[in-house]
Design a protein around this ligand. Structure first.
Ligand SMILES: [Zn+2]
Ligand SMILES: [Zn+2]
Length: 146
């Protein structure tokens, strides 16, 4: 079992054991930067290995509810590779720095990039969506028992 790795970006020691709410840790909980190791989520098939920057947040597509309205999915972090520009979406982990996630939400993304992501079906959240993000980040932990 591996217990920790050193973050490619902030160089902090990142523990990989314990419960984090997701199966494989693919980004740093402190700075949220990731590393380009996956072509598809979790496959570890990429040879790129460069740093991936958290450029925004989106909601996972959760399909439609029984009334035909879009269901609200979980908050996902949009990572973009600093070398090959590959976009990956990653679930927020249980111990990710919530303030850092809000910083990503409020970070500036040029219209051009926003539109490019939209073309791929990725809707980038804006400051107007902060309440959704906050509910997911803080609501859950308050509801947790024991
Ligand atoms: Zn880091
Ligand atoms: Zn890459």
């Amino acid at each position: 079992m591996s217990e920790s790795f050193t973050c490619i970006h902030c160089k902090k020691e990142v523990p990989t054991g314990g419960f984090i709410g997701t199966h494989n840790r693919n980004h740093c909980p402190f700075c949220l930067w990731s590393r380009h190791v996956d072509e598809k989520a979790g496959d570890r098939a990429s040879l790129c290995n460069e740093e991936m920057e958290p450029i925004g947040l989106t909601l996972k597509k959760a399909g439609l509810d029984k009334y035909g309205k879009p269901k609200q999915g979980e908050v996902m972090i949009i990572h973009r590779c600093t070398r090959c520009q590959k976009i990956n979406l990653n679930r927020v982990a249980g111990d990710d720095d919530a303030e850092e996630i809000l910083t990503v939400l409020h970070s500036f993304l040029p219209d051009q990039e926003r539109k490019a992501l939209l073309t791929d079906g990725i809707v980038v959240l804006t400051s107007e969506n902060e309440s959704i993000v906050r509910t997911q980040l803080f609501g859950k932990s308050q509801a947790k028992s024991g």
